[in-house]
Design a protein around this ligand. Structure first.
Ligand SMILES: Nc1nc2c(c(=O)[nH]1)N[C@H]1C(S)=C(S)[C@@H](COP(=O)(O)O)O[C@H]1N2
Ligand SMILES: [Mo]
Length: 207
């Protein structure tokens, strides 16, 4: 029971640590652990055949092997993670390569305003290219100081702190650049095309 008293003392309403209220978007509560949210099972991925493919509206179609991935310079980003099912986990530590750096390898054309993220589990998510270029967006292969676990998207996932968690594609296999927006897996089922948690863009037509 002591542990509950300690938690109650450290966390206020909706589990939000005192003084961090402004970090939690409307309608979200804070959880200390990172839940696993997957539409199916964790795919088995062999690093020997793993590829990240950048294609569509690009100047240079690009396919990276794991060895090529490992040669890129990494950054560390600490960011909050907001799932549309209302949990937020604060201060997740990520390590990986800035998305803007990855984009530069393929050079999306001037008309490439949107992207579709493709994943090894068949999942897709759409996102605007401007959001991908934000300095806190990265393709991450490490989380909280350890190699990214399979259930959290290892070997590689996208992390987009400024969007609900469903845009942070796990087991990413490709980025397709597009001139026009197109719904991904959840967006097809009614989730918002943009999904900004600060505007509470959970469902399409809702906000
Ligand atoms: N490939 C893939 N990526 C995915 C998902 C998925 O089912 N498949 N689920 C999304 C959802 S809804 C959320 S909230 C986050 C959850 O990440 P986590 O399981 O590491 O907490 O991953 C997102 N990325
Ligand atoms: Mo989610």
């Amino acid at each position: 029971m002591e542990v509950f008293r300690q938690v109650a003392a450290a966390f206020g309403r909706r589990g939000i640590p005192k003084g961090m209220e402004e970090r939690v978007p409307p309608g979200q509560y804070v959880t200390p652990k990172m839940p696993v949210m997957s539409m199916g099972t964790t795919p088995g991925i062999d690093l020997a055949t793993w590829r990240l493919r950048l294609f569509g509206e690009v100047e240079r179609e690009t396919e990276l092997t794991w060895a090529e991935w490992e040669s890129l310079a990494r950054i560390e980003v600490t960011a909050d993670f907001h799932c549309v099912t209302q949990w937020s986990r604060l201060n997740v530590g990520w390590e990986g390569v800035p998305a803007s750096r990855v984009l530069d390898l393929a050079q999306p054309t001037a008309s490439a305003r949107f992207a579709m993220l493709h994943c090894y589990d068949g999942y897709t998510a759409n996102i605007d290219v401007e959001a991908l270029r934000s300095p806190d967006v990265l393709f991450a292969h490490r989380m909280d100081g350890a190699p990214l676990e399979g259930q959290h998207g290892g070997p590689l996932r996208l992390v987009v702190p400024s969007r609900y968690g469903w845009k942070s594609a796990k087991w990413v296999s490709g980025v397709e650049f597009m001139t026009d927006d197109r719904p991904g897996f959840w967006e097809e089922l009614g989730y918002h095309m943009r999904g900004d948690p600060w505007r509470e863009e959970r469902f399409r037509g809702w906000r």
